[in-house]
Design a protein around this ligand. Structure first.
Ligand code: GTR
Length: 328
């Protein structure tokens, strides 16, 4: 794996030596993506790059780096914020710690279902989340889908909150997720996506949580064969751009960039729906033991303290949560 800092540094030195500007107006932008070649996000980000080139008549070009080759997600978010990279396809989960507004989507059960999430993000709540992110260096050009996240593990079916007690569960980097596992009396283990497979295999962790496509594409189903449909988090993703770089563009170019990202999002959502179904079929055929959760409200109740604590610590966010809840 390439070392992100070294790469960015090397690029800066080359640009400096060549007398090139380091701004995003330089010939080629660079984009980060964590997923493998055939994943919906990967295909959609490649489409975004194609559309950028086409719509700008070759003036704007984007080179995508897939499979997390430019480093972990929290590092890449930082790089896009400071302008070391121009573009990233990020999950809003690890953006929460840098932009409080984005953290609302990481409150367990904040969205009733995918449709509710779409309506909220396409409306006023989405505008408020975008505004908060832009202030922190990330312009959300478009939203991608990432389904609902459920628990999986190598030990047993999870039917009720107490089944998580004592389990070591990998979470993404965000205190809300650690709090969520602690609330279930499990042991949270924040860790990079790329480390989860071997950690599950060697028993460093017992379980993790994710959507069907990521559970399948990573091979986690091979080493954690119990998937329990808790659907406790519905976290959208963004095509994000460094704010300063975006603001430097002419209004016409900004429109090109937004339009290209939105068009790629239409494709991503279509591919996502298909992949969610095919990934589920694939892991079931491979022998995964799947269970529905009889009483999801029990998980919601058990996770409520995380919710309450977050809103007590961040009272400014309360209206945004209310806005989401009241979105029909
Ligand atoms: C996936 C998401 C990735 C990453 C990953 C994880 O669903 O698309 O961006 O956040 O989950 O669990 O780290």
């Amino acid at each position: 794996m390439l070392n992100l800092k070294k790469t960015v540094c090397a690029a800066a030195i080359v640009a400096f030596a060549a007398g090139l500007p380091l701004s995003a107006n330089a010939a080629e932008w660079r984009g980060w993506n964590i997923h493998k070649p055939d994943y919906p996000n990967t295909v959609a980000m490649d489409k975004f790059a194609d559309l950028l080139k086409e719509k700008s008549g070759g003036k704007i070009t984007l080179k995508m780096f897939h499979s997390g080759t430019l480093g972990t997600q929290p590092d890449a978010i930082e790089q896009v914020r400071i302008g070391g990279l121009e573009i990233g396809n990020f999950n809003l989960g690890p953006i929460g710690p840098v932009a409080a507004e984005a953290n609302v989507v990481s409150l367990p059960f904040v969205f009733r279902d995918m449709e509710h999430m779409h309506r909220a993000l396409d409306g006023e709540a989405g505008d408020k989340i975008s505004a908060g992110m832009a202030k922190k260096g990330l312009v959300a050009l478009a939203w991608y889908d990432a389904g609902a996240r459920s628990f999986y593990n190598s030990k047993k079916p999870i039917m009720k909150p107490s089944d998580v007690e004592g389990m070591k569960v990998r979470v993404m980097n965000n205190d809300l997720y650690s709090g969520m596992i602690s609330a279930l009396k499990g042991n949270p283990s924040p860790m990079a996506f790329s480390e989860v497979y071997s950690s599950l295999k060697t028993g460093v962790v017992d379980g993790a949580e994710n959507n069907w496509p990521s559970y399948e594409s990573t091979g986690h189903f091979e080493v954690a064969g119990f998937y329990s449909l808790s659907q406790h988090l519905i976290i959208p993703e963004c095509v994000c751009m460094n704010t300063a770089a975006f603001e430097k563009l002419s209004a016409a170019d900004q429109k090109i960039v937004r339009d290209a990202a939105r068009e790629s999002a239409v494709l991503q959502r279509e591919l996502w729906a298909k992949r969610a179904a095919s990934s589920r079929e694939k892991v079931m055929a491979a022998g995964v033991k799947f269970n529905e959760i009889p009483d999801k409200a029990a998980f919601q109740d058990a996770m409520q303290p995380v919710y309450d604590k977050y809103l007590t610590d961040n009272p400014d966010i309360k209206p945004l949560v209310a806005l989401i809840k009241n979105t029909k």
